[in-house]
Design a protein around this ligand. Sequence first.
Ligand code: COI
Length: 356
Amino acid sequence: MTKQKISTRISESKKEKPASEQLEFGRVFTDHMFVMDYKESKGWHDPRIVPYQPITLDPASIVFHYGQTVFEGLKAYETKQGEVQLFRPEKNMQRLNRSNDRMCIPRIDEAFALEAINQLVHLDREWVPNAPGTSLYIRPFIISTEPYLGVAPSKQYQFIVILSPVGAYYKEGINPIRIAVENEFVRAVKGGTGEAKTAGNYASSLKAQEIVSEQGFAQVLWLDGLEKKYIEEVGSMNVFFKISGEVVTPALNGSILEGVTRNSVIQLLNHWDVPVTERKISMDEVYQAYKDGLLEEAFGAGTAAVISPIGELSWNGESLVINESQTGDISKKLYDTLTGIQYGSVSDPFGWTVKV
Ligand code: COI
């Protein structure tokens, strides 16, 4: 794609900003958004930053009927010096294109999309919150907008980026959460869309989520879709277990989302010479390790969730209380280091941060 100029229309009114300390996840949006259209004859065109506003779509738009859509999630952080920085944003753009490929959506120019995000965050930089643990969540997404009821890839799309100042994803904040292992429903199967960041994966997770949240669990842990034996992911984060000093995470198998935080955790553990393995891991193995007193820690890792210690796993009517429901040493060190790099208070040996 040839580089196009991004036009900007500044909002005439400014919304009131909530106090940083009171932010929840994803309920408040900033003053502007980025929009770009796609048509077969023109490719991606008309990139523009406009005041945040509702979008008007034909009710027959493919996205409403068949869910041909993808999204991403990344964050902008304010450093102590008042600078704003992104964390590995190129990884999100690469994954967006992998999701696009899976969902038959035309690829975007990654460098151009990063430039658009940069300009948008820069314009709305006053919205980057500064209370501990808060950040500006960036949600790029693509929707299929062709009005057509046949099941076929759309010939028209919109790429939109919205921004939301956020606090912790879980109401527990950084305290350990309770997770229920899901035995009835499945999230994804090999050959399905589990690896893509597409709406259907999240819509299909709601039923299980609804059932367990009535029992006080924060999320479900998904098992593989064939045997319901091997651990996959939580849906809003990837999972890690520390068993006898070794950190284990499910290997990417086509139905697990390839998390940017997951990748960063693996790199940090390697850097610290903590043994870390990506492999198949069954719930039976985790249970046995628990029974043998070898399950030292469990935690989730994701952009929204950061590092979330898992204090309890409920499985087959049994409750596995992990590390006395306390945050473990590795979870804490990972949380402190990752957030330290993201907020610029810890040196960034990998060059992961990018200034806006
Ligand atoms: C993220 O961590 O950014 C995610 O996409 C999880 C989400 C569905 C809230």
